[in-house]
Design a binder for this molecule. Structure first.
Ligand code: FAD
Ligand code: NAD
Length: 476
């Protein structure tokens, strides 16, 4: 019945925006019995992003790395509401969020408001294009499931079009030229997956065009994977050479058209020249920028005036200058890299904080009740004051919450040909390794990090399926 799910007026309403790494880590550990929990996200599932590059070639099927948020919420102690919607405006004065249903099917109501007492912003970030002309119109991004699906379709479209009867050789070369812009881990992992796909499957199935297939990775800085140690950067670059992935470093893309990329390349003598590169598929992976909803929120808070990369938060992840608003993950600036590791630790921290806050309120209420009772019933005074002392001790312990502290477990990236690189924290030091063994480590680490056992089984089955039967190259 409806009233079973109606908000409890004695509890505060905690609204969580987003169903990504930060928000879901919070929901996983949050005691939902303490609050009226409302989750709002345009995506009704959690996405395990580390394996997204594998979905672009069909090595992993996309549903294997998705977990429905309703499935996650079903296991919570108390009911939590979910609305599939995009938050379009946070009104900090009225403490309400405007939400809008942006899905294809809309009801008579598709815009409304949700009030909050406490708000967690975990909306992530969007793809940076730096305003470079043509990027949004002509390239694919790699952030969400539809992006990976679009890439998978486009790869096969390029291949089949290249194999079209009477296709001219230079057009075949263009169509089979896959260009990746951005040498961060997203670009590197995608380039590796792409090369594997061609070497393992396309070459076998369409041998006549396969030798003309080419992957180019373009990076503005002097090297790829800047967050990895020098030794692993060198290892990645030499592995790419063996895999015939062409790396263009010190090359900044300036313009994109429907068939070419225009880039400025800085030579060893420091001289700049312009390069026009024809492509069939262009994947743009140049990192993050702030979402409009976050920009809009920052504009309402004077203390956020100087923050450039997202919501500046304090060591308890409270949005600086705001009342009752916290932020986690890629939309928050807490001094860490925008990674899943950071986002999930931040989410888990907030869950502990909120669980503690509820316990504190509970204890304070109990102490208050007992102390007022103490005045009324002098007979029980000794017993009551003993209990109060115990409760106060408990309260002090709970109130003493340490600020958020990030513990870096290491960085891992797949680089193709069943090789991976890893910079892993180990016994107060760092271990850097690269190669086939590291790849086995990469596989087992990501398998164990999958959201659910169901995800783990599906991913393992996909890997086995691809190994036995090859990737499915059907377009669509
Ligand atoms: P996200 O996980 O992006 O989630 C944001 C959520 O907010 C989504 O549910 C979104 O639908 C929702 N949302 C968006 N707009 C709104 C709105 N207006 N209102 C409400 N909800 C909204 N990091 C690692 O540590 N290791 C890796 O191996 C790794 N691999 C990656 C591979 C790829 C291909 C990519 C793209 C990223 C990878 N990352 C990795 C980075 C990692 O995915 C991000 O740092 C992480 O997702 C950030 O978590 P988040 O919760 O802030 O945002
Ligand atoms: P990134 O910000 O790490 O890298 C983007 C790269 O694009 C930069 O090296 C930048 O110099 C380059 N670039 C920017 N503009 C350019 C231009 N016009 N021309 C050429 N190059 C240009 O982005 P990402 O790889 O998408 O990663 C985003 C975040 O997600 C990072 O924090 C990363 O650590 C994390 N992530 C981690 C993993 C992993 O651990 N395996 C995988 C993917 C993403």
């Amino acid at each position: 019945p409806e009233e079973q799910f109606a908000p409890d007026p004695s509890k505060k309403t905690l609204v969580v925006l987003g169903t990504g790494w930060g928000s879901v880590a919070l929901l996983k550990k949050l005691d939902t019995a303490n609050y009226n929990v409302v989750v709002i996200s345009p995506r009704n599932y959690f996405l395990f992003t580390p394996l997204l590059p594998s979905c672009t070639t069909g090595n992993i099927e996309h549903r294997s790395i998705m977990e429905p948020v309703r499935q996650i919420l079903r296991h919570k102690k108390a009911h939590a509401k979910f609305y599939e919607a995009e938050a379009t405006h946070i009104d900090v004065d009225r403490k309400v969020i405007k939400i809008s249903d942006n899905s294809d099917i809309k009801g008579k109501v598709n815009e409304t408001e949700v009030p909050y007492d406490m708000l967690v912003v975990g909306v992530g970030a969007e793809n940076a294009t730096f305003g470079i002309p043509g990027v949004r119109e002509h390239s694919c991004f790699l952030k969400e499931i539809p992006d990976a699906q679009a890439i998978r379709t486009k790869i096969m479209d390029c291949v089949e079009t290249a194999a079209f009867k009477d296709q001219a050789p230079e057009e075949i070369d263009r169509l089979l030229h896959m260009v990746v812009v951005g040498g961060g881990p997203t670009g590197v992992e995608f380039a590796g997956e792409l090369r594997d796909f061609f070497d393992d499957d396309i070459q076998k199935l369409i041998p006549d065009i396969a030798p003309r297939f080419k992957v180019t990775l373009i990076e503005a800085l002097p090297n790829v994977l800047p967050m990895f140690s020098k030794q692993l950067i060198d290892y990645t670059e030499s592995t790419f050479k063996e895999e015939h992935i062409n790396i263009l470093t010190k090359t900044m893309v300036k313009k994109v058209t429907d068939r070419t990329v225009e880039a400025e390349i800085t030579g060893p003598d420091g001289k700049k020249s312009t390069l026009t590169i024809p492509y069939g598929l262009l994947v743009w992976a140049t990192g993050n920028t702030i979402r409009p909803i976050v920009k809009d929120l920052m504009n309402q808070i004077p203390a956020q005036k100087d923050s450039r990369r997202g919501l500046a938060v304090n060591e308890y992840l409270v949005v600086q200058g705001s009342r009752d608003i916290w932020a986690v993950g890629d939309c928050a600036v807490a001094g860490y890299a925008p990674t899943a590791q950071v986002a999930s630790q931040e989410g888990a921290f907030l869950a502990r904080l909120f669980n503690n806050m509820a316990k504190t309120q509970d204890l304070e209420q109990k102490i208050h009740d007992l102390s007022t009772g103490l005045n009324l019933k002098p007979g029980n005074a000794a017993e009551d004051s003993q209990e109060i002392a115990g409760l106060e001790k408990q309260l002090r312990r709970i109130k003493d919450i340490k600020p958020f502290h990030y513990s870096h477990q290491g960085s891992l990236a797949y680089i193709g040909s069943e090789k991976a690189v890893a910079d892993v924290a180990w016994l107060n030091g760092n271990v850097a390794s690269g190669g086939k063994l590291t790849y086995l480590f990469w596989r087992s680490a990501y398998l164990s990090m999958c959201f659910s056992t169901r995800n783990r089984v599906l991913v393992a089955l996909d890997w086995i399926k691809a190994k036995l039967y090859g990737r499915d190259i059907s377009r669509e």
